[in-house]
Design a protein around this ligand. Sequence first.
Ligand code: B16
Ligand code: MG
Length: 222
Amino acid sequence: MIKGMDAAIFDLDGVIVNTAKYHYLAWKRLAKQLGFDFTEADNEKLKGVSRTRSLEILLEIGGIEADESARHAMSTQKNTWYVQYIRDIQPADLLPGVVDYIRYIKQKSVKTAIASASKNTELILNCLQIAPLFDIVVDGTKVSNAKPDPEAFVRAAQGLGIQTESCVVFEDSESGIEAANRAGMGCVGVGKPGNLLNADIVIQNFQQLLVINLIHVTLHGR
Ligand code: B16
Ligand code: MG
C-alpha cells in the first residue's frame, strides 16, 4: 500500500530504458548456437530475473543439460554479446517522461535510488548519462538474493536512511512487484495492467504520472 513517498526506488530495465530487446537478441543467439529457437514469448519469462536464473530457464526451454563450467561459459558468452549490443544506448533511448518525473520529485525532496538485478547497471546509467540523478544505486553486483527476494529494495532504503513503508518502488516485472510487496513498500507497476496484478497502481508510462501529479498540484496547491 502506498502511504507516502520519501524515497522512490526505480528498477532499470523496463522502467528507465528498454534493455529487454538486447537481452533477447543475446539469449536468442545463444539458443541458436545450442540448436534451438528462443521466442519473444519465451523472453517474457526472463524479465527482472537474474542472469543465472535466466540461463536455467533458457536451458529448460531447450531441454539442455549442462554442468557448472559449461553454464558459466554460456552465461559469459551471452553477456559479451549483450554488452556489445548495449554500448550504443543513448539518452534518446530513455523511456518517455521518466527523467522529467525523476527531476520533478527531486525538486520535492524525494530521495531516489536504482535497484536492478543487472550487473551492467553502471555501464547503462553512464550510456544514458543519468547516474547523477540517483542518490544510491543497488545493482546485481551488490545483492546476494535476486528478486523476488526484497534484498535490493531493503538495501536501497537502508542506504538512503528511509523507512521501508515510506518508499515507493517502480517496477515492470512480476518478480520485482513481489519483492516490493515483501519489502513492505508501495509499488507502482509500469506497463500493461494485465501483467502487473499485484502492484498498488499501474501506469503505462511516466508522462501519464507526471500529468496526474500536475493536476493534483493544480487542484490542491502542492
Ligand atoms: P545482467 P532489471 C534485469 O534488469 C533484467 O530485467 C533481466 O532480464 C536480466 O536478466 C537481469 O537484469 C540481469 O541482467 O545480465 O545485465 O546482469 O529489470 O532488474 O533492471
Ligand atoms: Mg525490470
